[in-house]
Ligand binder design. Structure first.
Ligand SMILES: *Cc1c(COP(=O)(O)O)cnc(C)c1O
Length: 399
């Protein structure tokens, strides 16, 4: 590896990179499929998938090829000009969704910023200046910019950054009554994740999402689905909303969209999207040729190569295997999820479990302190699930 040894690199990183992450003590240097390798040559089975980004695994041939071809032709020109991959990606996304138009940006937070701005502008134009409030849910996660951290319904992310942006209020997830009571003459939109990811893999109960749609229609406010984490095949359909039979007015994407490169997208129907006109919103990098070429390859591969079918089949298998562990260990409080986003809630902090798995060559994540979160690439095999479960079982047996 380079000119530095592993300890030198960790030390330099800890000294010179903003200390916003406490990192695990490994330097990852290579990835293929559902495996990554560290600088000492140790192999890991990856059930984090770059936080729901590497939906096709690491360095998938289609993505590597698309990036290489594009990077040799045109890397960046700005959005002052038409470019091919961006246009093709917009066509592919709109052909396969409820939406008519796409705004490309660079991250999930930016996609949600665009959604918030569009919802406000749309409501002000249609219904007057007083319409700007957005209702989100408790334990949601929408990003770290000032608007999206405000939208995020978790105090721990707000602390130290007040004053927050005006115009946001929070209601419990899965509670339609409180939501309906909270809508008033200043409400312009309701924004939810179809499944709360960071907040602990909280799934919508029964007809929650359908109920949201009805309430939004009844009060003439927009419904925004943040599919940054659960879109791009994660739940077994290209977009999570398809699996619940409910269409939003605006949807945001990022994480799995770019095949590993940073991209975000905000999609909307024409009637709503038309509130954005030249000058309304912009981004220098958004939808640049390289990231959109990569995303185009990623979306095409997810749609055509049996990836969604594998997500459902292996997701069911993973759920079943985790269910066996739940039977075995009474400290496992709950198991929930859909497709290949699964949360296993423990009675205690999961940090030690994550570290013990890492030592044994398995990467898993923990969110909300006590929820082990499994977000493997959608191409993961049953054999890889078995290998992960063996390690997790052993680690849990030592609790
Ligand atoms: C990760 C995430 C975001 C933020 O995305 P970034 O790319 O980190 O800005 C927003 N919403 C949801 C649901 C997410 O999971």
């Amino acid at each position: 590896m380079g000119t530095m040894d592993t300890d030198q690199l960790k030390d330099l990183s800890d000294r010179h990179i903003a200390a916003t992450y406490s990192r695990f003590p490994v330097v990852l240097v290579k990835g293929h499929g559902c495996k990554v390798w560290d600088s000492e040559g140790k192999e890991y089975l990856d059930f984090v998938g770059g936080l729901a980004v590497c939906n096709l695994g690491h360095c998938h041939a289609n993505i590597v090829r698309a990036i290489k071809e594009q990077v040799e032709r045109l890397i960046h020109v700005s959005n002052l000009y038409y470019t091919e991959p961006q246009t093709e990606l917009a066509k592919l996304l709109t052909d396969n969704s409820f939406a008519d138009r796409v705004f490309f940006c660079n991250s999930g937070a930016e996609a949600n910023e665009a959604a918030i701005k569009l919802a406000r502008k749309h409501a002000k134009e249609r219904k007057g200046q007083g319409r700007f409030e957005i209702i989100t849910t408790i334990n949601s996660f929408h990003g770290r910019t000032m608007a999206t951290v405000t939208a995020t319904g978790q105090e721990k992310f707000h602390k130290g950054f007040e004053p927050l942006l005006p115009g946001f209020s929070y209601v419990p997830f899965n509670d339609l009554e409180v939501l309906e009571r909270s809508i008033n003459e200043s409400t312009c939109a309701v924004m939810v994740e179809p499944i709360q990811g960071e907040g602990g893999v909280n799934c919508p109960s029964g007809n929650y999402l359908k109920g949201l749609r009805k309430i939004c229609d009844r009060h003439d406010v927009l419904l925004i689905f943040d599919e940054v984490q659960v879109g791009m095949g994660r739940t077994g359909t290209l977009f999570a909303y398809e699996g619940y039979g409910v269409e939003p007015d605006i949807m945001t994407l990022a994480k799995g969209l770019g095949g590993g490169l940073p991209i975000g997208a905000m999609l909307a129907k024409e009637d709503v999207a038309s509130s954005f006109v030249p000058g309304s919103h912009a981004t220098t990098f958004g939808g640049n040729p390289v990231v959109t070429a990569s995303a185009l390859a990623a979306v095409n591969t997810i749609l055509k190569n049996g990836v969604l079918e594998n997500c459902i089949e292996v997701g069911d298998y993973l759920s079943k295997e985790l269910g066996r562990l739940r039977q075995k260990y009474p400290f496992i409080k709950d198991l929930r999820g859909k497709g290949l986003i699964i949360g296993m809630e423990l009675e205690f902090d999961g940090g030690d479990i994550v570290r013990a798995c890492l030592e044994r060559g398995v990467l898993i994540n923990c969110t909300m302190g006590t929820v082990l979160r499994f977000l493997p690439p959608l191409i993961v095999t049953k054999g890889e699930v078995d290998a992960m479960i063996r390690v997790l079982d052993e680690v849990l047996s030592h609790v």
